[in-house]
Design a protein around this ligand. Sequence first.
Ligand code: SAH
Ligand code: SF4
Length: 372
Amino acid sequence: MGCSHPVSSTVKSSTKFDIKALQIEQLQETLRGLGERGYRAEQVTDWLYKRRVESFENMTDLPHKLRSQLARLFAFDRLELVRALGSRDSTRKFLFRLADGNLIESVLIPASAALYGEKSDRRTICISTQVGCAYGCKFCASGLEGFSRNLRENEIVDQIIAVERESNERIDNVVFMGMGEPLANFENVRRAIRIINAPWGLGIGARRITVSTSGLAPQIRKLADDPLQIRLAVSLHGATDEVRNQIMPINRRYNVETLLSACDYYVAHKKQRLTFEYILIAGINDSDAQASFLAEHVRRLSAKVNLIPYNTVEGLEWSRPSRNRQERFLSILRAGGVAATLRREKGHDINAACGQLRLQTEREAVALPSRR
Ligand code: SAH
Ligand code: SF4
């Protein structure tokens, strides 16, 4: 490939770089290398993110020659819908096939549904950042079959485009709470966020983008130093090392205090309120004592808490506490002066916890031939 565009070194004849993985500056440089004027880049991003065409051929205000040059240089992938579950007014779950055949999932939470127990007027999408997950939290379906690979930035952004296409709804809130650990795919996630946020991209405000992490302390500090004004959620799920070690292997690398001090750093640098996510699992992390320790951590950081009743995963032994126990845990937090909500779950019946639909589909695919 003779041209001088910035990604030519990564373009192989079989696996071309997807056009939607480019930042606008890279696109400008590519187009300059092809002898084009600067305004062409905005024309292209307009076709990609505003008008949402699905081929270079459909970019009808570009010269024919340029359209075929772009088609030679770049891939233009589209997520293929494999399965969708849920109804229009409830949480909807989408299973997509990537260009290499891997499966990922995204969840659409409609405006009428209560996210974190709060009424919201926003349509929220929950997106994946990896195929599988390497962190192996004991309650989570995403890690059950291990880790395959990081998602590219276009595969992250395409989930929003594909869900808007399939649902005919406009998404205005993005949470990185699907499959995978976003901060373990830091650079691609960062670049995807830029595309999601940029006026030339999807134009979703940074404060309407939330990244969730299982507690990668060094990356939390790195994110604190980044100018992006996105929100951060930390999956705590245990208020002491004793409890957290039982369910989250990452706690052996970054224990509760290491994690909290990275959170201190984040809050000091971002001047922003952090959210702790806390799944309630019966008999594991739902005691009064855990609630009191949790309240202490939350006060230290002036954070808030989202309590999420555990979502049953087939093959895992855990269960959710009784409604009474959930409410008692919540009331201890509130009595301790902590802002907390309890998620009145939508989507329990459609395997809406991350990784579950993919796992079920793969199990069925394995099970089918043996039924004959
Ligand atoms: N890896 C990141 C983001 C993806 S997981 C993280 O761990 O934060 C997003 C959220 O879904 C996390 O808070 C995770 O703990 C939660 N989750 C995973 N399995 C769940 C289950 N079975 N029931 C309820 N929430 C679950
Ligand atoms: Fe990975 Fe998050 Fe699931 Fe843990 S909870 S296994 S970090 S996706």
